[in-house]
Design a protein around this ligand. Structure first.
Ligand SMILES: [Zn+2]
Length: 293
């Protein structure tokens, strides 16, 4: 039996596009019944104004009307770490924490976790939480500023998955502030690859996913893509051709990896994969943002 689905629309002010939201009727009715204000919160995830996933938290009533929504975005600045020695300064009042809720990273499989980032002063809750929930895995980044709690959900907590999460938070700690949409892409990537332990190539790709908005891409010289056809197939070669066409058209300015999403493929995992292959083949060079050590 196919579960009944309710559909609504709202106008996202960030990308100026009417977005469609679908929710399972059974779940919607149940939550409405238990809701104190008659509204249910949902996260709508779509490709937004910059080509990157944008996330709106919506308040929907029992007739599926979207009553309000807010675009959620991470702060663009990390706080400087406090020096360990020196003269203590009077403490400024603690800033209010930024708390974000995303009800799921997609509809097919649930993922339930909390990521806390001290540098950004943020807490990100992904999944449906209840008061009885206890984390089954708790991890801390190398320098201790990012933590991750993983809860019982559709995704198994295996040794490989824990390694992936560790790599994720260690990376988040070192990079300049990432975008929420990119973190969601990175989580999808982790989920897809979580069955096997992360290798160097995947770790590098995860880092690229999180910093797509900062990686500069340079074409080294004019290339033909014919030699890629035999090695990687026609679909890949055709898309690479689009990359070189775009680079040639914009050779007077710096192109960043993120821009390729709009002209080549919306799937960021493909973009980063293709960019790495081309880098390995010596056809482009990538200038990555500096890591914070
Ligand atoms: Zn939008």
């Amino acid at each position: 039996m196919v579960a009944a689905v309710l559909v609504s629309t709202y106008h996202c002010i960030a990308c100026d596009v009417v977005q469609r939201v679908t929710v399972a009727k059974e779940k919607h009715d149940l939550i409405i019944k238990n809701s104190s204000n008659g509204l249910v919160s949902y996260s709508d995830i779509h490709y937004c104004y910059d080509g990157i996933l944008g996330i709106n938290n919506l308040q929907i009533d029992k007739n599926m009307a979207v009553r309000s929504f807010s675009l959620i975005e991470f702060p663009s600045m990390k706080k400087m770490r406090q020096p360990k020695t020196g003269i203590p300064v009077p403490m400024a009042p603690k800033p209010v924490k930024n708390i974000y809720h995303v009800d799921g990273i997609d509809s097919s499989k649930s993922m339930k976790l909390v990521i806390k980032d001290q540098g950004l002063n943020t807490e990100l809750y992904i999944g449906d939480f209840s008061s009885e929930d206890e984390p089954i895995v708790q991890l801390k980044s190398k320098l201790g500023s990012v933590s991750l709690e993983f809860y019982q959900c559709d995704i198994k907590s295996t040794f490989a998955m824990k390694q992936w999460f560790q790599v994720l938070i260690d990376t988040v700690e070192k990079i300049p502030p990432t975008k929420l949409g990119l973190l969601i892409e990175a989580l999808r990537f982790v989920r897809e690859n979580g069955k096997t332990r992360p290798g160097m190539f995947e770790i590098d790709q995860l880092y690229a996913l999180l910093t797509t908005h900062k990686i500069k891409i340079k074409s080294i010289s004019i290339h033909t893509v014919s030699n890629l056809r035999g090695k990687y197939g026609d679909v890949f070669a055709d898309k690479v051709w689009l990359i070189f066409k775009f680079l040639a058209k914009n050779k007077k300015r710096e192109v960043i990896l993120q821009e390729l999403m709009e002209v080549v493929d919306k799937d960021l995992r493909f973009i980063t994969f293709a960019a790495f292959i081309l880098e390995n083949e010596g056809m482009i060079s990538l200038i990555r943002p500096e890591m914070d050590d």
